[in-house]
Design a protein around this ligand. Structure first.
Ligand code: F3S
Length: 422
């Protein structure tokens, strides 16, 4: 492995034995993927995937202590994925007891993250790239991030460069300030293997088309044509759309980068020259999307059960999305002559986004409709046996993929939570 002088010094133990081990681990990680050199991180902040103090993760806490005691503190500040629990999200007594045991290490783990370099006390979100949070890499930045939805966003929408790292390796890169050069860090690795032609009759649901693409291309890079006509530019609306689109590609498949013709930075600059020789094609029309949704398994015990909870906001919602949901719920309730939602509904967003949003009239109206606003990760809330049998609905395809939550398109979900049938 080719190393710079600084990197070699760390490997040689000049900054302590613990950092040397961290460097050795990253080198082994890189060599596994055929990397021949380490490159320095240029992004200002890191982002870690592991935010939760699961009681069974003892080796992680021991490792964190070893890093802290050995002076291997992160060279850059970092944000972290959302916390797993929030008392305002409905749960019954048994769930509460279970959560207490399951996440009993949360406070200790939070303290470790603080010592290692978390950006701020409220820097817990998967949408760390939102303006309000402030971890927004620039085009071309080399990152050491994990969290599939954040990595695919940083690569595709911001034009930064990051592999789909695992938890802990994200932190290791931030500690020594470099990552192995391979995959999505390279020009070659950013070329598209697929041309995806979108020929739907209207703007497709972001989470549904993302799912269809993810399941088709898996870890490959898709170049998507026919979506740009729904967006004038990569404005806030487009960014929110592609945040959800990307999370679905990354969770229903394993996409780490996508290009949208005429919109995303590299596609704008390089166009179809990004397509790799011998690329494959996939046409998406209304029928493909209908079939995709129809084929999602419903694993509820009682398929006709009345939903106990609805989750909106996986990945976390943007401020504009919160406002748009408020408007749509308000209009729908009015149309139905109702004042409150008929299903308990939780909307999630980054703490920094919520801090400002809570000052607004839209927030007060959402609360008056019965919506619970939270900063949690719905997946962490649901990913346990206590919630497995609970009928939960969502418009998140990531949540559908990893839990028993049942997916509905946004308008379908809106109709259900405001009193409609399943
Ligand atoms: Fe974010 Fe948790 Fe969903 S990290 S993308 S809210 S699974």
């Amino acid at each position: 492995m080719e190393l710079t002088e600084r990197q070699q010094a760390i490997l040689d133990g000049k900054e302590g034995e613990v950092k040397a081990k961290v460097m050795r681990t990253l080198i082994m990680y890189g060599e596994t993927f055929g990397s021949t050199r380490m490159v320095d991180i240029t992004g200002e902040y890191g982002h870690l995937v592991t935010s939760f103090g699961l009681s069974v993760m003892k080796p992680v806490y021991d490792l964190m202590d070893t890093l802290i005691d050995g002076g291997a503190i992160s060279g850059q500040k970092f944000s972290v994925d959302p916390r797993p629990l929030d008392g305002s999200v409905p749960s019954n007594l048994i769930q509460n007891l279970f959560f207490k045991v399951m996440y009993s290490k949360q406070a200790d783990y939070d303290a470790q993250l603080k010592k290692l370099g978390i950006l701020a006390d409220d820097a817990y979100t998967c949408t760390c790239y939102m303006d309000e949070v402030g971890n927004t890499p620039k085009e071309g930045d080399i990152l050491s991030w994990a969290e599939s939805s954040a990595v695919v966003y940083a690569n595709s929408i911001l034009g930064a460069r990051c592999n789909r790292n695992s938890g802990i390796l994200d932190l290791f890169g931030s500690i020594v300030g470099c990552v192995p050069y391979f995959g999505l860090l390279t020009d070659e690795g950013r070329k598209a293997d697929w041309l995806i032609e979108v020929r739907t009759s209207k703007k497709p649901e972001a989470q549904l088309i993302g799912s269809a693409i993810g399941m088709k291309v898996m870890e490959d890079v898709p170049y998507v044509v026919g979506l740009d006509k729904y967006f004038g530019s990569l404005d806030d609306e487009a960014k929110a759309y592609f945040k959800d689109f990307g999370a679905a590609t990354a969770s229903n498949g394993a996409v780490g980068l996508y290009h949208i013709e005429n919109l995303t930075p590299e596609a704008k600059r390089m166009g179809r020259s990004l397509l790799r020789e011998g690329y494959k094609t996939f046409l998406i029309d209304d029928e493909v999307l209908e079939n995709t949704q129809r084929n999602y398994p419903v694993i509820w015990k009682d398929k006709n059960a009345r939903p106990r909870l609805a989750f909106i906001g996986c990945p976390h919602l943007s401020r504009a999305q919160l406002e748009s949901w408020e408007e749509r719920i308000g209009n729908e309730l009015k149309r139905k002559g109702a004042k409150k939602l008929s299903i308990k509904t939780v909307m999630t967003a980054a703490p920094a986004v919520l801090k400002e949003f809570r000052k607004s009239d839209a927030y007060k109206r959402l609360e008056s409709y019965g919506v619970i606003i939270s900063y949690i990760c719905p997946l962490m809330y649901m990913n346990n046996p206590m919630c497995g049998s609970m009928p939960v609905i969502t418009c998140s395809n990531k949540l559908r993929t990893y839990t028993s939550a049942r997916y509905f398109k946004e308008d379908e979900l809106l109709a259900i939570i405001t009193g409609g049938a399943l």
